[in-house]
Design a protein around this ligand. Structure first.
Ligand code: MN
Length: 338
């Protein structure tokens, strides 16, 4: 797998235009398509590929992703798009193909062209090769000839749109913080505002790389806010003894107060939240925390105010019942958890 990233320090040139304007609907699609492709969240990607951009624009984002997340992610994204388009065709939906890339007229060598594109993006002279590019000159050539010439010269997407896709992908990936920082600076140079960068981050916080997919929305009668369940082991599969599932609480979301007729175990896999038993202090939840919940004890669990929470719940059955739901956790009770 070839992963091309850029490791360049450049001036932080703030573009003050449109400081207040939110990303448009098609731009938001670029964010979610790029991020979900980069981390292989194909179920989520499927729902993002339904409309808002032309077929060629989406293809272009999925192709660009290979330079940041590798061929396997890019190809999986493209395969997902093929199946979405087939489903839509079967339903009689006609998707706009959109503009193809214009033929190239610049006959200079690719390396020079790529370097010039990079100079336009970074507003910095790129003649000096340092760091990773100097140490492994092959990567310097791939970056300039291929990423910034071959890919960036295709005018199906603007520089603004391409940087938006890159920033979204890197924000969703782990271990690429310096490259994300570089691309945020490039993003500002091509007109992405700080407010829009914040908007991207907010969206990425709801995507991220979870162990399991989010699943389906849980019955809202027993929860406050948005809660999703991805079943892992059904009651049938465990001969009636227990069920296991991954539960995702979006920030502020929580269960009602409830009890279990047998034991329940929570294993936190992502995010931050709270577990509270009636009459006791709330316990802070974060990745790796395991909570064994005793039989019959009234309690609730949920996300913190500014982070989502994902936990696996292993819930035992007694006389075919796994939970007794009580009233919602009030805002006052929730706010007291700290
Ligand atoms: Mn419980």
């Amino acid at each position: 797998m070839i992963v091309l990233t850029i490791l360049l320090l450049q001036n932080n040139k703030l573009n003050a235009q449109n400081m207040e304007s939110n990303l448009t609907t098609p731009q938001l699609k670029i964010v979610t398509i790029a991020a979900n492709t980069a981390i292989g969240e194909l179920d989520n990607l499927k729902t993002e590929l339904n409309a808002g951009l032309t077929v060629n624009q989406i293809k272009e984002i999925l192709v660009q992703m290979y330079a940041y997340a590798g061929f396997p992610r890019s190809l999986q994204g493209i395969n997902t798009f093929i199946s979405v388009l087939n489903d839509r065709k079967a339903k009689g939906i006609i998707d706009l193909e959109g503009k193809e890339a214009s033929p190239l007229t610049d006959t200079r060598d690719k390396y020079t062209r790529g370097r010039e594109v990079l100079e336009k993006l970074t507003l910095t002279n790129q003649k000096n090769i340092t760091g990773a590019n100097a140490f492994a000159p092959a990567i310097d050539i791939y970056l300039k000839e291929h990423l910034f010439a071959d890919i960036f010269e295709r005018d199906v997407l603007t520089y603004f749109e391409r940087e938006l896709a890159t920033i979204s992908a890197l924000s969703a990936m782990h271990g690429v913080a310096p490259m994300l920082q570089s691309h945020k600076n490039i993003g500002r140079n091509v007109g992405i505002t700080d407010a829009q960068l914040e908007q991207v981050q907010t969206i990425i916080n709801t995507i991220s790389n979870t162990l399991f997919s989010k699943g389906e929305r849980n019955n809202p009668d027993y929860f406050t806010g948005e809660v999703y369940l991805k079943p892992l082991v059904s009651q049938d599969e465990s001969d009636g003894y227990y069920s296991a599932g991954s539960v995702t609480f979006m920030s502020g979301a929580r269960t009602n107060w409830h009890t279990h007729p047998s034991v329940q175990t929570l294993i936190v896999t992502e995010g931050e939240g709270w577990y509270q038993e009636r009459g006791k202090e709330a316990v802070k939840l974060q990745k790796g925390i395991v909570i064994p919940i005793p039989v019959g004890v009234e309690h609730w669990h949920g996300a913190s105010k500014d982070s989502k929470l994902v936990h696996i719940a292993i819930t035992n059955f007694k006389n075919n019942s796994a939970v007794t739901w009580l009233r919602p956790v009030t805002d006052e009770e929730y706010d007291n958890a700290k």
